[in-house]
Write a protein that binds this ligand. Structure first.
Ligand code: ZN
Length: 102
């Protein structure tokens, strides 16, 4: 999708503060965080809906969110909770993010 900001981030056309990257997913800090530590996890493949994504990639996104959550809890960073937010479809905001509640 030529006008998709997430595709531009995934391709490297837009810079991002990357936390994790592999061949199919990318995690980076949100430039408009709702709180400290707000990060996004996206598939590199453009899809309109989560249901358009293959099960392996969507499972990798959840697994990465859990790994980041565990790492944060072991890090000593002050946090009282972690929110996972999943928005499916453009009208919903189309993103998967983690919010750290301090
Ligand atoms: Zn896209």
């Amino acid at each position: 999708m030529s006008d998709c900001v997430f595709c531009k981030i995934a391709s490297g056309k837009y810079t991002s503060s990357k936390i994790y990257e592999d061949d199919s997913i990318l995690a980076f800090m949100d430039i408009q965080p709702v709180n400290k530590g707000h990060l996004l996890i996206i598939p590199k493949k453009h899809v309109e809906l989560i249901t358009d994504l293959d099960d392996e990639t969507s499972a990798k996104m959840i697994k990465l969110a859990n790994s980041i959550n565990k790492a944060l809890r072991k890090s000593g960073v002050k946090l009282e909770g972690v929110n996972y937010f999943l928005a499916d479809g453009e009208a919903a905001g189309r993103k998967f993010s983690i919010h750290i509640c301090t």
